[in-house]
Design a protein around this ligand. Sequence first.
Ligand SMILES: [Zn+2]
Length: 439
Amino acid sequence: MTTYWCEHAWLPDGLAQSMLIEVEGERIARIGQGAQGSAERLAGLTIPGLANAHSHAFHRALRGHTQAGKGDFWTWRDQMYSIAATLDPESYLNLARAVYAEMALAGVTCVGEFHYLHHGPGGVPYQDPNEMGHALVRAARDAGLRITLLDTCYLTGGVGTALAGAQLRFGDGTAEQWAVRAEGLAAAYTGQHDVEIGAAVHSVRAVPPEQMHVVSEFSHRHAAPLHAHVSEQRAENDACVRMYSATPVQLLHEHGALGPRSTAVHATHLSEVDVHLLGHSRTAVCMCPTTERDLADGIGPARTLFEHGSPITLGSDSHAVIDLFEEARAVELNERLASEKRGHWPAAELLAAATSAGHASLGFPDAGMLVPGAWADLVSVRTDSVRTAGTAGAEAVVFAATAADVHSVVSGGRRIVEDGRHVLGNTGQALAEAIGALR
Ligand SMILES: [Zn+2]
């Protein structure tokens, strides 16, 4: 058992001073007020571990390379495919381990990895068809994060078109063949509680509607999360409506893919009917504002969705930035720009999006809260840095702190970040080496 003393802690009913948190194994055993005594000191403000609900680990290799020049989502995608073409299980392990260490340094204790780079060049399966997935699980474990591996069904290159080029590596042929491989992956991690195997419909561009139910059924069979990219781009909506006379949300609804276990990622360009379908089905919506602004996607109706019943979660998606405080405040600041009004989101609700709601959407409803019985994920944020000095409360982390203010991270009872350094060593160097090896 380890006891931590928190100078300040963000508990479910608000901020508390001088709190002792007893950790037994992976869980919080007890919480109460008290003096530091022999407990390990956590200075500043301690919050629950953050959940990065939407990640494509390999996109990190694009940071600082795709921001030059003109273009849009579709030109960015071509550059992303050229990185996808180069990875193999070993280089992906090295890259993902460094990316997950970067997440740990930012206070993330669980990642939702939306994984579609399944096969070798040309779409030829590896000897173990889940070798790439196993590399991602190992990377998360090495970095000290829990992982929800969202095994992604990706069958077509666009609405009604075949896979081509690097996309061939994403495809399993049919949804039934996808399910056979995904069942193998789920079987490999049965009973391992730091890993959750979920499912994903890449998008309406990549899974024909008549095959979507196979992915939904996998999620229902395993009571596992089901994620999908939804209406990130107007062109996707246009192609979908032209082909099927329905919006992407309507298609997902018709094929059993909405509900409390589901997450719609982006949900940027929605109709009023879409908002009702998502909200009334309690489908979570994962906003990824730093990616959405980097890719010129647009601003989704986060507050309206929340008020209709959709929990909001946060993801760093393409990893243009890995900083969930930045994602959280961008949700509010985007609404200000769109509405010319301030004060849509209380900071505590944005912090809940980054913690409890995110973990729940990844199949860990018992994480993201500082309460006895929950996963022992403790993230401590400096309140004396040049950014945070003089701030207070949940507003301090949501509107002032950056990932660089995280100085200590305990993940599942294990200390993985101490004094701003990851236990694996120099994460910047690991990233540079892993990305350098691809170019
Ligand atoms: Zn994505």
